[in-house]
Ligand binder design. Structure first.
Ligand SMILES: O=P(O)(O)OC[C@H]1O[C@@H](O)[C@@H](O)[C@@H](O)[C@@H]1O
Length: 780
């Protein structure tokens, strides 16, 4: 199950604890972890991947807070402008296959109790039956801040918007009503189909926006303001839940609270004030929250008062009056910066906090996250003095690099280039005192630099890592990848498993070692280009994609463009591909290329009268044989074939014909006839005969399956031990397609069985494979 975490809320109603640049989901109530982190921790047992939807402004806060979780698989959907829950949810859902179970969770709710697990299990069962499931909370007070759900058992009768007090009183008395928690669980396809039915214009707008998304750092999905503005800003309830007949509710037995105001914090001891320095004398119903680091708070004979103290702002208000903070802000624009920002400033590399500032000095506490670097720069008019408090640093000062630890200090004179990296396993904290005639933030001259790679940080790159694939549930898929290749997945059928993929349409995940849980592109950026070999010119555009494909039904008749066309029109690589047949049903085969020279008109005609297949070569397949399909060749994998596919990393398929079939929701897949007609090769096609190069040794046989400009691929049938070649100019990919065994390299040892995949960074050192198995080895 995938978890979509909604974390874009501005939530500044808890001011001054929360600010516009630090909304309430990121604050900590107990001083140890934030409400957002609590949300992630609570759902880790149920979800294998997290997509956090948030505002671009909060990217660094989210990234830093997610660092607390080892092995967590996550990425961000970053919005330049918030567009309410419909856009946030739909844009995240469009990332996943239709068969995926999706759990939507707001990040600013407090939830407790064992019953959470029971509620998720119950909702999972209902969602698998095709329902869109909501979670309803028992009504305890006549609260006007929430929407309500009227229900009959699990059946939702209707959703009701935030009521007035009188209505809320009625709901409190009526056992059919529950509070809408904003948690939802559903099968992606069922949800998208209901949106298509009830708000077709909105899903259309989201699908268009999806085409315009940008990918950052290989994993984050960024939506620009102009793109988002095309999507109506609407709550998801209005878009689909108020309309659909397929909505069910699970009545929650767990404790739930949406912390909406400062007063809520006082209730049930939500906020831990054990250590706070405060005293009350003859006070009644008075709440003091003291987060100031240097002051105490004393309340003398107060009644019904809330006091919140922080280092730069103090709030004193009548209980229940915090709602008017909004108006107060509006009436005091001159104080805006206090409302918007706290003392802590969030940067891509960590945070800093201004402790004291005057014209001639600034004192800062700087926290640099593990593995991060404050890039090289210099200052024209200030000298900096650094004292390391904790952690380990590598500092480059005037071209000289040295390592430092706690209690070390140094002076950075004016006009001296310096750079600092955290090379330890914990945050690096140092105090910085800047002095000069006039110390100004904008006095900073950047010098070109980059993040340190693994080796520079002192890590040894692991000799290989196991991969976990991304799954695709295209309508022609079957169950053989589960049954014969050990693939575990919640889908009824799997069409493809993307074993080694850094492609945005489905990334595989590192499943072993120090970077376990990371998306493959993220892992690549960590180990650095050097580890992919010099032939891999760009890790941002990783060159190959390795898949397993199970065609239970015929695939569409299709063609792929070449590099020229795809790079200029689609911002993708072209797609040359090779299929290595793993198994086939009797009589199964592939369609590949035209039987004779064709004209564009003849092809068009054949598409109209449905005879296109009869124009193509039909090639019965054999197990253990490789078929190379150059870009431009019209082709279709026929039903009953299972292949391991090695291809350029591209998702660019132009469908010509899809047998007029529909998916389980009654939708036809998109065809791309015009583009296909533009890129196809109309000539008669003859299957090129690739001369197997076979090397037979005592304990293994090596066969070269294909050699092309884009990759070289070989099969190793091993009965005992084999030394696999090492490539110092390229990474390699290994897939076990038969049997089982063990891999050894340096001090690493890992067992594998059929269906397992590995990524091997480039190195001059050979891998040893032992077992009774067949491995497919690919390199560029
Ligand atoms: O368009 P459909 O029918 O789903 O087929 C798409 C699939 O086609 C195959 O020939 C390969 O190119 C796969 O990499 C691709 O994913």
């Amino acid at each position: 199950m995938k978890c979509i975490v909604l974390a874009g809320g501005r939530g500044d109603r808890l001011w001054p604890l929360s600010r516009k640049n630090y909304p309430k989901q990121f604050i900590s109530l107990d001083g140890s972890h934030s409400i957002f982190q609590d949300t992630i921790a609570r759902n880790m047992a149920y979800c294998d991947e997290f997509v956090v939807v948030t505002n671009r402004e909060y990217q660094f806060i989210v990234e830093n807070q997610l660092k607390a979780f080892q092995g967590l698989t996550w990425r961000l959907v970053l919005e330049e402008e918030a567009r309410k829950t419909t856009a946030a949810i739909l844009l995240a859902c469009l990332e996943f296959p239709l068969s995926e179970l999706i759990f939507i969770v707001p990040s600013d709710h407090l939830i407790q109790g064992e019953a959470y697990k029971d509620a998720i299990n119950e909702a999972g069962v209902l969602a698998r039956e095709g329902n869109l499931v909501t979670f309803g909370m028992p009504v305890r007070t006549a609260d006007t801040r929430y929407g309500y759900i009227c229900c009959d058992g699990n059946q939702v009768e209707k959703f009701v918007e935030k009521p007035d007090r009188q209505q809320a009183q009625k709901y409190l008395q009526d056992s059919r009503y529950l509070i809408n928690s904003g948690l939802f669980l559903f099968r992606n396809g069922d949800f998208l189909q209901e949106v298509r039915l009830h708000s077709p214009e909105i899903i259309g707008a989201c699908e268009r926006a999806f085409e315009d998304k940008l990918i950052e750092k290989g994993k984050h999905i960024f939506y620009r303001r102009e793109v988002l503005e095309q999507i109506p800003a609407q709550a998801i309830e209005e878009t689909v839940f108020e309309e659909t007949a397929r909505c069910m509710v699970v009545k929650a037995g767990f404790a739930w609270q949406d912390v909406g105001s400062l007063e809520d914090l006082g209730e049930e001891g939500l906020i831990s004030e054990k250590d706070s320095r405060q005293a009350q004398y003859n006070c009644d119903n008075t709440l003091i929250i003291n987060r100031g680091s240097r002051s105490i708070v004393v309340a003398n004979q107060l009644e019904d008062i809330t006091i919140v103290n922080t280092d730069d702002a103090v709030y004193v208000g009548k209980k229940g009056a915090s709602e008017s903070l909004k108006d107060l802000r509006r009436e005091n624009p001159a104080l805006q910066s206090y409302f918007d920002m706290g003392q802590v400033i969030y940067k891509p590399w960590g945070t800093y906090e201004i402790l004291s500032a005057a014209r001639q000095y600034v004192v800062r506490k700087v926290m640099l996250t593990q593995g991060r670097t404050i890039y090289a720069h210099k200052h024209a008019r200030r000298t900096e003095h650094w004292i390391i408090v904790s952690g380990r640093a590598r500092i480059m000062l005037a071209g000289v690099e040295k390592e430092y630890g706690s209690n070390d200090s140094m002076e950075i004179p004016e006009n001296t280039v310096h750079q600092i990296s955290n090379i330890g396993d914990v945050p690096l904290v140092f105090m910085e005192i800047s002095t000069g005639e006039e110390v100004m933030e904008r006095d900073l001259i950047s010098v070109e630099s980059r993040d340190l790679n693994e080796a520079e940080l002192g890590y040894r790159t692991e000799p290989f890592v196991k991969m976990q694939p991304a799954f695709k549930d295209y309508l022609w898929g079957g169950t053989k990848l589960k049954e014969h290749y050990g693939k575990h997945c919640d889908y009824d059928s799997i069409a493809e498993s993307w074993e080694l993929s850094a492609h945005e349409a489905g990334q595989s995940i590192v499943a072993s070692g120090r970077y376990k849980g990371r998306l493959f592109a993220d892992y690549l950026s960590k180990i650095g280009r050097e580890n992919c070999g010099w032939k891999c010119q760009s890790i941002e555009r990783f060159p190959i994609l390795v898949k397993l494909i199970d065609a239970k039904e015929n695939l569409s008749v299709q063609v792929h463009p070449d590099d020229d066309y795809a790079l200029s029109r689609e911002n993708e690589y072209g797609k040359n591909e090779m299929w290595y047949v793993l198994e086939h049903e009797e009589g199964a085969g592939i369609y590949c290329g035209f039987k004779q020279d064709m004209t564009r008109e003849q092809v068009q005609e054949a598409l109209t009268d449905g005879s296109i297949l009869s124009l193509l070569n039909w090639i019965p397949v054999e197990d253990g044989k490789a078929y190379y399909i150059p870009a431009g060749t019209v082709h279709a994998i026929g039903k009953g074939v299972v292949v391991c596919e090695i291809q350029q990393s591209s998702n660019c398929t132009y469908r010509l014909y899809d047998y007029d079939r529909t998916d389980r929701y009654g939708n036809r897949r998109q065809l791309h006839v015009e583009k296909a007609l533009e890129v196809m090769d109309y000539h008669r096609y003859e299957l090129p005969q690739f001369q197997d190069e076979t090397v037979v040794k005592d304990t293994y046989t090596c066969r070269i399956l294909s050699r092309c400009k884009y990759f070289e691929c070989a099969s190793y049938q091993i009965h005992g031990t084999a030394e696999l070649p090492a490539y110092s100019d390229s990474f390699s990919s290994l897939v076990c397609v038969k049997g089982s065994g063990t891999l050894y390299k340096q001090d690493e040892k890992m067992q594998f069985s059929v269906g397992d995949s590995f990524f091997v960074p480039c190195s001059g050192e050979k891998i040893r494979a032992e077992g009774d198995c067949e491995l497919i080895l690919t390199h560029i």
